[in-house]
Design a protein around this ligand. Structure first.
Ligand code: RIB
Length: 293
């Protein structure tokens, strides 16, 4: 089975339930406060591992984040190249409103250190056909993509959070884009899902793309097919980490030999369960729970 090398962020999530998102100039009392493990990279590594993939995480943490490394270990993620440094880990401040929607800001911390030597060491074991998975919360994605291509790896890019730094990467080297509607619009300049998919087919003709649409399910497209999987109706508690759960379960499905459409169904089912639970990494279901949907 190919291995996933996930070069990704780890964050300490400070999560506040709020009556509404705080407005400019407003001071708002939170209804509750919890600290959860998070970071798009960590969430995706745990999701992929829970879905049965072989996952090596590459990333950096401070002493304050040692428990995040232990959590990755607990879920069977290889952490040989998760570096602990003397500076502060990345963290996120997350507001959750009564509808379960989130508003997040992040401080990069060790996720934005210079990771060049870490990537050299971490990807040295990668073999042709293995996957590099990246998101947009770490500083070394250009180096990671270059190294992956030198090793004939395939590259999956979850373009979250979307910004110009993501768009400036050598996107012609990406084998699989995983984007939501907003990210897809920024990538293509198109607004409607069908237009986004059409434009990706024109600009990146050899790439696969997954376009996630929340309660509208998700689309998959490659050079041969365009397929859709619906989302189940759910009681939303907290949407944080749903996209990460999707990404991990979708990619793990491909690693396990599922057809793309079956992987899409698996990703949607897992994300649906995750939004019914609080937290990011803590909301990721087991493969058995997903299969029993
Ligand atoms: O995708 C959700 C994640 O985004 C949170 O866990 C938070 O850490 C931010 O990185």
């Amino acid at each position: 089975m190919p291995r996933i090398f996930n070069y990704g962020s780890c964050c300490i999530d400070h999560v506040y339930q709020v009556p509404h998102f705080v407005a400019p100039g407003e001071t708002l009392s939170a209804l509750s406060y919890e600290i959860y493990p998070g970071g798009k990279g960590l969430n995706q590594s745990i999701a992929a591992a829970k879905a049965g993939a072989r996952v090596s995480h590459i990333g950096a943490l401070g002493e304050d984040g040692k428990h995040l490394k232990a959590l990755l270990d607990h879920h069977g993620v290889d952490t040989e190249h998760v570096r602990i440094t003397s500076s502060a880990s990345g963290h996120a401040i997350i507001q959750i409103n009564p509808e379960g929607e989130n508003a997040i800001f992040i401080h990069g911390g060790t996720n934005l250190d210079d990771h060049a030597s870490l990537l050299e060491a971490g990807l040295a074991r990668a073999e042709p056909g293995d996957w590099l998975l990246i998101q947009n919360e770490t500083s070394g994605n250009l180096k990671a993509i270059e190294m992956a291509k030198l090793r004939s790896m395939r590259v999956a890019f979850n373009m979250a959070p979307m910004n110009q730094r993501a768009l400036d990467l050598p996107l012609e080297d990406i084998d699989l884009f995983i984007v939501n509607e907003t990210e897809g619009a920024a990538l293509t300049g198109r607004q409607e899902p069908e237009q986004i998919l059409d434009q990706v087919a024109k600009t990146f003709p050899d790439a696969q793309i997954v376009l996630t649409l929340g309660e509208q399910g998700a689309w998959y497209q490659d050079t041969k097919a365009r397929q859709h999987a619906p989302a189940r109706k759910v009681q939303v508690v907290d949407t944080t980490g749903a996209g990460d759960t999707f990404t991990g379960f979708f990619l793990a499905g491909l690693m396990n030999g599922l057809e793309p459409l079956a992987s899409l169904h698996q990703g949607c089912a897992a994300a649906g369960i995750s939004v019914e639970r609080p937290g990011a990494a803590t909301s990721i279901p087991s493969l058995d729970e997903v299969k029993s949907q």
